[in-house]
Design a protein around this ligand. Structure first.
Ligand SMILES: Cc1ncc(COP(=O)(O)O)c(C=O)c1O
Length: 414
């Protein structure tokens, strides 16, 4: 490697068994990591090992393998806590994904604290996971949803932020858009909220996998993340929240393990974070997530970000050179303020048709509204083609994408 801090992509690719396969006789070019990332052998091995060598339920048995599995599960929590800059492991609650983490906040903190007439502020660039739980609550409680609009440069238009936050109880905002818009925490949206008296929930699903995150520096109160987008398995994600908030919140789901005592009259909730982890948790998945955190920290999140910035810049240049105005690319051009998620509309061709033709070339892209329908409405498209870059992608992948898109264009021009 020329630059000691640069990612050795060839070596990384060798860690991902799925990248060796072919589709339609072509090399698999996986450009859908914003939807779900692929998994390195280190994660697969960690999960395999727990099932083969020491699987048992956690926090229940006193026998050796139960203690080993419990230790591995709790070590995974410790790794996540360190990755996010949490004050301690009591602040990390495992859930099945970020959708469940946001619902946990909506069903516990929000229902305990919000009354009719209260307001929640969201943004037009949110994923449905950070909209629908608030719609459900708003309908149930007569709560007002206020929207921070998208600005013409794909940032949030914060010109009326003071007005929007006036009297609001929560600001729920993404740390990185999955639909081609940009990264709000860079521009003071969340920072303004505590001053206005609102708590801040950050959807970090597209942030934690891609750049260093420090939940305390964000000044956030709740931060959700999801394992399958950060090289970990599906079925595991979580919530970071300040311990005093978690202490004060009522439990979410009731059942085994989330209790300290149960009588015929009632129950006492368990200590943090187990108070929010009812029933048998996704044990191997949590351990797999711990291995994914090791893998990412081994690469270094600064190096991950630098790699994605450089590759995104190359991709934007090559796409623009090849297609000019025939390809609309949403999001800012400046790679300093955007991620490696490239949302595109090829003139006159439906996103699903494009995705089908490029699949023939072995290229996996997403064609969809990306679970961000309000954003799609603002951008005035029903769906886009989305190519998302990650640690195992390189310039060859970008070239294959460009050629595959050119084939789609030719095919539909006929
Ligand atoms: C920004 C953002 N938030 C939330 C989610 C939901 O993630 P999950 O389905 O893992 O709960 C996604 C997934 O696409 C996302 O991109």
């Amino acid at each position: 490697m020329a630059d000691k801090d640069a990612l050795d992509v060839a070596r990384i690719q060798a860690d991902f068994p799925i990248l060796k396969r072919q589709v339609h006789g072509k090399r698999l070019v996986y450009l859908d990591s914003a939807s779900s990332s692929q998994k390195p052998i280190q994660v697969l091995d960690a999960m395999d090992r727990v099932y083969r060598e020491s699987y048992a339920n956690v926090h229940r048995g006193v026998y050796t393998i139960a203690e080993e599995t419990t230790a591995a599960y709790e070590q995974a929590r410790g790794k996540v806590a360190k990755l996010l800059g949490a004050a301690g492991t009591t602040e990390i609650v495992f859930t099945k994904n970020i959708t469940e983490a946001i619902n946990l906040v909506a069903y516990t903190w929000a229902r305990a604290n919000l009354r009719e007439g209260d307001a929640i502020v969201v943004t037009e660039m949110e994923h449905h996971a950070n909209i629908v739980p608030w719609h459900i609550l708003a309908a149930e409680r007569g709560i007002q949803l206020r929207w921070i609009p998208l600005a013409s440069d794909y940032w949030l238009d914060t010109s009326k932020l003071d007005e929007l936050l006036d009297g609001a109880k929560l600001l729920a905002v993404t740390a990185a858009s999955n639909g081609g818009a940009t990264n709000p925490p860079g521009r003071g949206g969340p920072a303004a909220a505590p001053a206005a008296g609102a708590l801040v929930l950050v959807d970090a699903a597209q942030a934690v996998p891609h750049f260093p995150v420090d939940v305390q520096a964000w000044g956030a109160d709740f931060v959700g993340f999801t394992g399958h987008k950060m090289l970990g398995p599906s079925g595991i994600g979580g919530l970071w929240a300040r311990a005093e908030l978690l202490e004060a919140m009522p439990p979410f789901l009731g059942g085994g393990e989330m209790i300290r005592e149960v009588t015929k009259e009632g129950f006492l909730p368990n200590e943090l974070p187990w108070k929010f982890e009812a029933g048998t948790m996704p044990i191997a998945e949590a351990i797999g997530l711990g291995a994914a955190v090791d893998y990412l920290t081994g690469l270094g999140l600064d190096a991950v970000r630098a790699h994605e910035k450089a590759l995104t810049s190359t991709a934007l240049d090559r796409l623009t050179e090849r297609f000019g105005d025939r390809l609309r690319i949403d999001g800012p051009r400046d790679v300093e303020v955007r991620g490696g998620t490239i949302s595109m509309v090829l003139e006159g061709i439906h996103a699903h048709d494009v995705a089908q033709v490029v699949d023939e070339e072995g290229v996996c892209v997403r064609a969809s509204h990306h679970c961000a329908k309000p954003l799609m409405r603002v951008l005035q498209v029903p769906a886009t083609v989305r190519a998302s870059l990650y640690v195992y992608n390189d310039e060859d992948d970008v070239d294959v994408l460009v050629e595959a898109l050119a084939k789609a264009e030719q095919f539909f021009a006929r």
